[in-house]
Design a protein around this ligand. Structure first.
Ligand code: SF4
Length: 255
């Protein structure tokens, strides 16, 4: 499923409430530094010169929509940067976030500005600065074990390690939301399960180290490009949440 607009919705998000989406990627293809086996946008496809929306296009579409929603008395909970891939890849990500914060103050001061990101661009200072301007930085870590992270997220950088991701996340000193998609199934006949005791033990260790202000754990909800993966049972998800809450973490579970 691809978003065919720059600004879409509002939609009701399981995790965020009434959310107006902003897609900084092409409207006809996914562009991402990961190729997650559960990605709702499907698999990456080779595109030589992806056309990204310009700053001016994003500003104009967003302002038009926010104005209309205000006139219709629609209360937004959040403006969410997500869409067809990794939003922080946009070269003007910082300027767009700065502008969005201004528009939010004018048209919907109670709405949060959130970014869903795979955290692969945190070596860029402008990306960290932009994420710090947002109310919610929702950053992905699907496994604390390298091999599993590589199999689930399929980063384009095959040498990416969990340590590198964890080190880069420490720049926020816990002021972010950690998001993890739990799943079970197989990849080409080989079992994949990031909820085994060994997986969870490694993941809890990283969670303790990062100490995020919030943790979102969720299961696959729509059709996935790899069809041999399944939802984790609700009972198991609730058990994981309970383990975290016992240690004082703020947890949102979407099942
Ligand atoms: S990081 Fe997000 S957009 Fe990129 S492949 Fe994974 S789920 Fe899809």
């Amino acid at each position: 499923m691809l978003f065919n607009k720059i600004v879409y919705g509002p939609i009701h998000s399981r995790r965020l409430g009434t959310s107006l989406g902003v897609n900084l990627l092409p409207t006809h293809a996914k562009v991402c530094t990961f190729d997650c086996i559960y990605c709702e946008c499907g698999w990456n496809k080779p595109i030589l010169h992806p056309t990204l929306p310009t700053f001016a296009q994003v500003h104009s579409e967003l302002e038009k929509t926010l104005k209309e929603l205000k006139e219709q008395c629609v209360d937004l909970d959040v403006i969410t940067f997500s869409g067809n891939g990794e939003p922080t890849l946009h070269p003007e990500f910082l300027e767009i976030i700065q502008d969005t914060c201004k528009l939010r103050s004018i048209y919907c001061p109670n709405a949060k500005v959130s970014v869903l990101s795979n955290a692969t661009q945190l070596a860029r200072k402008d990306v960290v600065e932009a994420l710090c301007l947002c109310d919610n930085r929702i950053l992905k870590l699907d496994s604390a074990i390298d091999k599993t992270m590589q199999r689930i997220d399929q980063p384009l950088n095959k040498s990416l390690t969990v340590d590198q991701i964890v080190n880069s996340l420490q720049v926020f000193k816990g002021d972010f939301t950690l998001q993890t998609c739990f799943l079970q199934g197989d990849i080409d006949g080989v079992e994949i399960d990031n909820t085994t005791p060994q997986e969870l033990q490694a993941w809890y260790k990283v969670v303790n180290l990062l100490n995020p202000k919030q943790i979102m754990i969720y299961v696959i909800d729509r059709a996935t490009p790899l069809q041999s993966i399944n939802k984790v049972p609700a009972e198991k998800m609730n058990h994981i949440a309970q383990q975290l809450r016992q240690h004082g973490f703020n947890v949102i579970v979407s099942i």
